[in-house]
Design a protein around this ligand. Structure first.
Ligand code: SAH
Ligand code: SF4
Ligand code: F3S
Length: 482
């Protein structure tokens, strides 16, 4: 019998990367082998994102591209999964002129084998987009590619309803996996050779397993695998508390890197966004973090040009960036999303041209701040997790600091998955360069001073990725997104 294969392209955030691993696991159990070749695949899926208009445009363009594939492989089942499936539902089948056979939302992945069979038997398109209040895929072991870095989704959904955001509609209500199953999965991952685990949720501070909160979970994971680094994303400033700060500070293997999206520096805009905190509250958290973990690195998300944003509001965003001095920021033009409160009730009244001008301004500012902060690192030491070759050449490898910065260094005897001490010798706004310290020959290697400012590994973030490189989630470069 012919081998059944499944090909998946993943767009969007890390939660989608983790979901793709769930989908592969479900389908593997049903007899499908994952393939990295679209051509000839029995199932061809895109796991999609709806966060901004351009995220959806990418998928439409890609579907257009797949028209030829469908012609050559008429028996293949083409599916759109994920947030765009949930957001646009049957419109996807209607407007893609029939190349899409299946539309499946994020809570319906268990049904995939049955849906595929039904579609093949009837030649009719299938759609499953019901959201669940309980589905966490807790019992499904994700089908992970080999590597050193793994994701675990610890909760799904979001109840925050920021007025600009589509996620509460595409992912449904918040629900958490059990603490014990997550800690057990950490141990299994360690046994499989993973050296870094990132706990994922749209709003991890809402984690709740019968009264056990996110700090309890983080501590349990850190204790379960003391030789593995633990990271997490994303926190919401409203619920970020002292207990979480203390938990981070008291475990060596919890990375001292916090992604804490602020979105805007103006209280008026924060209110319109329904972010439920003020700038003062946010700055209070930053103060507490810096007090407990002076070397912790901070990053953020910022939206420019939100409805009614004035130049004064924009200046307040710039001033908060200067005040916090983030190591990095993901910055976006506001993109109105159908179904959201802002779309329904507020005018998108900042022109695209003006949004782009403001975006450019904050990117320039962030680059200056990142460059300054990276420069301070020169002469300092870090323990890095060795990730492998840099994109530049075979001699230079890359690793990641606990503060989530990429360090490029001459490989010498370094192996993937090792923790090594490194001394920083040079820095750009995007990358650190260094030398291994625990290796004699490293002293004889030329520093990179003859090279000019080369920026490595420019990395697209949420919603801008054409299939995410799973090893590659360091904050490196701000990306213009739309
Ligand atoms: N749950 C996370 C973020 C999820 S989406 C949080 O609350 O912080 C990632 C980022 O995309 C958001 O932080 C926001 O900056 C951006 N984003 C979300 N909706 C957007 C929209 N409609 N237009 C532009 N950017 C948006
Ligand atoms: Fe969206 Fe706000 Fe939820 Fe983040 S917290 S996913 S921005 S609604
Ligand atoms: Fe969904 Fe993540 Fe995009 S939750 S909308 S894939 S950012």
């Amino acid at each position: 019998m012919e081998k059944k294969t499944v090909y998946i392209e993943t767009y969007g955030c890390q939660m989608n990367v983790a979901d793709t691993e769930i989908v592969l696991s479900v389908l593997h159990k049903a007899g499908y082998t994952p393939t990295s070749e679209l051509e000839g695949a029995t199932l061809a899926f895109m796991n999609t994102c709806a966060i901004r208009e351009n995220a959806e445009e990418k998928v439409w363009n890609r579907l257009e591209h797949w028209r030829g594939f469908k012609k050559r492989n008429p028996d293949a089942v083409v599916g759109v999964l994920g947030c765009m499936a949930e957001h646009l539902r049957k419109d996807i089948i209607k407007s893609s002129m029939s190349i899409v056979d299946l539309v499946v939302g994020p809570d319906e992945y268990r049904k995939l084998p049955t849906l595929v069979d039904a579609t093949r038997a009837t030649a009719e398109s299938g759609i499953a987009v019901k959201l669940s209040r309980t589905e966490t895929y807790d019992d499904i072991m994700p089908f992970r590619a080999e590597g050193i870095s793994a994701f675990i989704s610890v909760m799904r959904g979001c109840d925050k309803f920021c007025t600009f955001c589509v996620v509460p509609y595409t992912r449904g209500r918040e629900r958490s996996r059990s603490l014990t199953s997550i800690a057990d999965e950490c141990k299994q991952l360690e046994q499989q050779g993973f050296r870094e685990i990132t706990l994922l949720g749209q709003n991890v501070n809402s984690y709740d397993d019968e009264g056990k909160d996110f700090s309890d979970l983080l501590a349990a994971c850190a204790r379960a695998v003391p030789n593995v680094r633990i990271r997490y994303t994303t926190s919401h400033p409203q619920d970020f508390d002292q207990k979480l700060i203390d938990t981070m500070a008291s475990h060596d293997n919890i990375c001292k890197y916090i992604h804490l999206p602020i979105q805007s520096g103006s209280d008026r805009i924060l209110k319109l966004m329904n972010r439920t905190y003020t700038r003062d509250h946010y700055m209070g958290i930053i103060e507490k973090i810096k007090l407990a973990m002076p070397n912790a690195a901070m990053s953020t998300d910022i939206i420019v040009g939100f409805c009614t944003e004035t130049l004064d509001d924009h200046e307040m965003t710039k001033s908060v960036m200067r005040e916090v001095e983030y190591e990095g920021a993901y910055m976006f033009n506001y993109s109105p999303r159908p179904n959201t409160k802002a779309y329904d009730t507020l005018a998108d009244d900042v022109s695209l041209e003006e949004k782009s001008r403001r975006l450019n301004e904050i990117i320039v500012l962030q680059n200056e701040i990142s460059a300054r902060k990276n420069l301070i690192e020169v002469g300092g030491e870090h323990t890095i997790l060795v990730e492998g070759r840099s994109k530049r050449n075979e001699i230079e490898w890359k690793g990641r600091t606990d503060t989530n910065k990429t360090v490029i260094f001459p490989r010498l005897d370094a192996e993937v998955g090792e923790y090594r001490r490194i001394c920083v010798t040079r820095a750009t706004s995007a990358t650190l360069f260094g030398q291994l310290m625990d290796q004699k020959e490293s002293k004889t290697i030329m520093p990179h001073s003859d090279r000019g400012e080369v920026i490595y590994d420019a990395l697209p973030h949420v919603g801008s990725a054409v299939s995410i490189d799973r090893q590659n989630h360091a904050f490196e470069l701000p990306v213009i997104n739309s």
